[in-house]
Unconditional design. Sequence first.
Length: 252
Amino acid sequence: MQRRIVVITAVHPPAAPYLPDAYKSLCEQKLPEGWDWHWIIQEDGTSDEVAPYVPDDARVSFHQGRPGRAGVARTMALAHADGEYVKILDADDMLPPGTLTRDLAALSADPTLGWATSRVLDLLPDGSTVGFDQDPPEGPIERGAVLDHWKAHSFRAQVHPATLFVRSELLLALGGWMALPASEDTGLLLALSSVSRGWFTPEVGLLYRKWPGQATSQAAHADAVERDARMAVVEARARTLAQLGWSYPAGS
């Protein structure tokens, strides 16, 4: 019986033309024997504009629903998740070869790890790439370390939430993504860090496409009032989880 990594992608019409690139990057992943991936594409809405870009592949499923932004779409996709691990892949991003194998190896080797992340390169419109100059060293990331770094560095974590690879049971226990208009992935990352240890891989695990239509490039994303509110609730959730003492694995 095949064991699965569930790859979850939220998409809305402007990003749909990038789905073939994401699919190509998935097809280039070489997994250990007995493993395969299931790509769940969840449209944030019910348009007719996304389906034409969904690959015709038995490993790919496509779903739609009422719009609620990316966090809601990803959480709705969990209804169809049928694997031990969940990998995040934004519709406009790509996974370099070897990414899924490295993520899987990290969590398979240590049952005390709940999640894994990896190095990111921004993919610019001209095809060039730019890396982050504050990556942590390879290895475990202790509980609470991401929240501490995020708070001390103007709400910027040392690892990127778009590279997240997580145990399905842990993701479900935390309720999936936060119901926020943005930063829902950061909220999940901080919550995960508050209850479990993670892992960082220094090899590039994501090409993060920069383009004018992406959500984080819109003016509303930088609205100071909304941003402060998002950051406040993200931090409050993470700190409350830490204070309650719940941990993964249980008793750790």
